[in-house]
Design a protein around this ligand. Structure first.
Ligand code: HPA
Length: 278
């Protein structure tokens, strides 16, 4: 929760100032968060600058294996972009406001579009592991809001509308890019859970009744803060496993990583083509 508005605001601005001092004149307007399986996208990028999170003042440091923490600045498909290689999760012990601090830093820098990717459990009928889902909406009311505490008025209002967190035009663009590339892309609602434990079968049945098609432990706080700051948000889940109770097999991080790997080339291709189409 944001307790000290001035200190938190200074933290955001000092990170933004540092990043600005380390990159060229042209500031990217797109930021892509590389979720599980998306790391190879950084290799397709013409990299200009790499800033380890540990060097950026005010940035938390990611603690999850496989979520290497560095901010990459470069270009992809001729477009200048930021890539967040590694994100921050509530289950790591950070407050939601800290997990999403980078989003506000991006807003201060002038980023207009946030592309979020993640690994998720699938609840939807007809979904299979290693397939992708475009997020059209989310369920977040089971968890604390990243906007809890003092409102940072310079970013957005106290009571932000949530009717359209995920940009409709970009969602359509993503779906059409996927169709053109023959990449199977589901569309659905993502339910956010705090983790780190996976859900119980009863929780998954409840989430399914509420209209969720996928479940995961990231993305939603970031999307809420991005929408609060006026950024256009696009989000894609890689369905890395069927959610608890849907598959009879126990869930494991190993299965998540294997299926994220299987979907990696289509996830990267989808995001790359989307950026080209922007
Ligand atoms: N639940 C929550 N988070 C996840 C899952 C899941 O089934 N799969 C990958 N991330």
């Amino acid at each position: 929760m944001i307790e000290n508005k001035d200190a938190f605001t200074d933290r955001i601005h000092s990170a933004a100032q540092f990043i600005k001092s380390r990159i060229g004149q042209v500031i990217p307007e797109i930021c892509v968060v590389l979720g599980s399986g998306l790391a190879p996208l950084a290799e397709q990028c013409v990299i200009e600058t790499v800033l380890p999170y540990s060097e950026i003042p005010g940035f938390p440091v990611s603690t999850v294996p496989g979520h290497e923490g560095r901010l990459i600045v470069g270009s992809l498909e001729g477009k200048k972009i930021f890539m967040m290689s590694g994100r921050f999760h509530f289950y790591e012990g950070y407050d939601s406001s800290v997990c999403t601090l980078y989003v506000r830093v991006m807003a201060v820098l002038g980023v207009k579009t946030l592309v979020l990717t993640n690994a998720a459990g699938g609840l939807g009928d007809g979904m299979n592991p290693a397939e992708l889902m475009a997020i059209e909406d989310h369920i977040s009311f089971l968890c604390d809001s990243p906007l809890r505490g003092a409102n940072l008025d310079e970013f957005g209002p106290r009571f932000p509308d949530q009717s359209c967190v995920y940009d409709r035009e970009y969602l359509e663009l993503l779906l059409s890019v996927a169709a053109d590339a023959s990449i199977k892309l589901h569309k659905g609602v993502y339910a956010y859970t705090k983790g780190p434990q996976y859900e119980t079968p009863a929780e998954i049945r409840a989430l399914k009744m509420l209209g969720a098609s996928a479940v995961g432990m990231s993305t939603v706080p970031e999307a809420i803060v991005a929408a609060h700051s006026g950024l256009r948000v696009v989000a894609v889940s890689c369905i890395t496993n069927m959610a608890a109770g849907i598959s009879k097999e126990p869930l494991s991080h190993a299965e998540v990583m294997v299926n994220a790997g299987k979907a990696s080339s289509s996830s990267c291709e989808l995001v790359r083509r989307f950026i080209a189409a922007l």
